[in-house]
Ligand binder design. Structure first.
Ligand code: GAP
Length: 517
């Protein structure tokens, strides 16, 4: 087993070496929290995007997709609340000159208190063995109770401070709890200040006439402002959804953890418009649906959990995150939010245009309520990639031990699905391999490789996550058979070339995964 921090470092290095992810503008020493996707990264990202899109738009008659512009009228962001309230509370350490998100410092401190409780519980479990009564221990142990009381107090005061937008109270929490800067080790903090996360730019060439516009911080608003256009043009009846995939931009201050938190990233969002009063039923429905989608990837049910928000945004009446166990802990990948009629009503008010739907079933007009599912494409990518990376020792027949790095990406999402490998570069094998590849390349992403010994070629394919290798040997020319080698088990199976397409389709087609949703 690789230690989790090591795993993450290795993953970043591997991603670069094998063409998954590069630091943006690397030759100029990079740009913080901005990344480029290489040849394999771009393929994997496209496949994840396709799987999401198909699961939403193809599998639901009442969901349609759009592709709205990144730039939107500036009033959009006034109406949505982003101009006034899309802020992070920031604090600087005067000694290290490092800037932190105050809420993250407090959250991390809370996690430490949780960890202390869990450590006590584990110690006691070892001490008492089978006789251990965990709930009794949690309810009575003084150290557990003391830490739990600290957590409860911290949580309550932090929520109150956020609600009252009281930055002084947030600073007090940091100081009182002796939270220090991880670099300088001191608690020499500045005041906490609010910092808006939107990137602003100017539209128009003459500076006096130019107006400030923003790079969208979420794709959702492009859906809201088009609600009536879509409803009318596609003749949608409530309940219905609008899906979209696209770039979003946030000037994240604490941008860490590789592609987990980026300044330019991609979201896959779906806004589901429902009758007022029915939103909580649909919220539960989409929570379950989205968790099923995640589970269908086969990464392990135990790696997911819901995190219900205790503090709701002003527009929401219910919200939960789907969290995944990354190498750095459980973190949010997707949010499911019951957003009430907040956005449509705000746009109605700011634009002066009606955002209402006439419901023929109840003979009434209303502003619909919205349940949204919002998942980060880059985070989903990181979830799949970090789960896929494995180092293995393989015992060879001669007793020697070989090592391989393998990316166990779900086969139907793999960037290269199939490697076509002539055993040697002569005797007509390359020609036969090309013939096979020319037949398969319309259905599968194939890679041809004839360089180096077959074992090295298998390792290269393992390292980029290719689920199947087809090897063409001398017998293939006479018996019309090839060998399929499985990435995960490394087992080999001899099959007829005529049956190849059908076999591969049964292993690789996205269709089967969609059919199970
Ligand atoms: N429309 C709702 C919305 O934008 P959010 O929780 O702010 O909600 C949704 O974002 C998802 O977008 C997150 O669950 C995450 O996967 C992704 N996301 C948000 N900020 C991100 C960032 N800076 N870098 C990468 N992904 C991000």
């Amino acid at each position: 087993m690789i230690a989790q921090e090591d795993l993450f470092k290795k993953l970043i290095a591997h991603s670069k070496e094998y063409g998954y992810i590069f630091q943006s503008s690397e030759i100029y020493d990079g740009l913080g929290a901005v990344y480029d996707y290489g040849p394999y990264g771009a393929e994997l990202k496209k496949n994840i995007r396709d799987y999401w899109w198909k699961s939403m738009v193809l599998l639901h008659e009442n969901i349609v997709g759009i592709d709205s512009a990144i730039f939107m009228h500036p009033t959009t962001w006034k109406a949505s609340g982003h101009v006034d309230a899309f802020n992070d509370p920031l604090i600087d350490n005067k000694d290290s000159k490092k800037r932190y998100r105050a809420d993250v410092l407090i959250e991390e401190f809370r996690e430490k208190l949780h960890a202390k409780i869990e450590k006590e519980v584990e110690k006691a479990r070892k001490r008492f063995g089978d006789a251990f009564d965990e709930s009794q221990f949690r309810a009575t142990n003084p150290r557990v109770l003391e830490n739990q009381a600290k957590i409860d107090d911290l949580t309550q005061r932090f929520q109150d401070a956020l609600e009252a937008e009281n930055m002084g109270a947030i600073r007090d929490l940091i100081v009182e709890n002796k939270i220090v800067c991880p670099i300088s080790g001191t608690a020499n903090w500045t005041d906490v200040r609010q910092f808006n996360l939107m990137f602003a730019t100017k539209l128009g060439s003459v500076s006096e006439d130019a107006s400030t516009i923003y790079l969208r911080p979420e794709t959702a608003q492009g859906i809201f402002v088009n609600f009536l256009n879509v409803q009318k043009s596609a003749r949608m009846k409530i309940p219905f959804g609008i899906a979209q995939v696209g770039k979003a931009f946030r000037n994240e201050i604490v941008a860490r953890q590789f592609i987990f938190r980026m300044r330019e990233f991609e979201q896959m969002e779906m806004q589901f418009f429902v009758r007022p009063g029915e939103e909580l039923k649909w919220y539960e429905y989409w929570k379950e649906k989205r968790m099923n989608w995640h589970q269908s990837l086969g990464l392990g049910a135990e790696k997911y959990r819901f995190h219900d928000h205790d503090k709701l945004a002003h527009y929401a009446n219910a919200a939960a995150d789907i969290e995944f166990k990354f190498p750095f802990g459980f973190k949010e990948v997707e949010g499911i939010h019951s957003r009430t009629d907040f956005d449509l009503s705000a746009h109605q008010q700011h634009s002066g245009k009606k955002m209402q739907y006439f419901d023929p079933e109840i003979n009434e007009s209303y502003v619909p309520y919205v349940v949204e599912t919002s998942i980060g494409l880059d985070r989903t990518f990181l979830m799949i990639l970090s789960n896929a990376y494995q180092e293995e020792k393989i015992e060879k027949e001669n007793g020697q031990v070989d090592e391989r790095v393998v990316l166990r990406i779900p086969p139907f999402l793999a960037p290269v699905q199939l490697a076509v490998l002539p055993l040697v570069k002569k005797d007509g094998l390359p020609e036969k391999a090309r013939e096979i590849m020319n037949e398969l390349k319309f259905d599968f992403n194939c890679q041809y490789d004839e360089k180096d010994a077959i074992g090295r070629r298998y390792r290269r394919q393992d390292a980029i996550g290719t689920p199947y290798c087809i090897t063409i040997d001398h017998d293939s020319l006479t018996d019309n058979q090839v060998t399929i080698r499985d990435r995960d088990t490394m087992s080999q199976e001899r099959v007829s070339i005529d049956a190849l397409r059908g076999i591969l389709e049964s292993k690789l087609a996205m269709r089967q995964y969609l059919a199970k949703l």
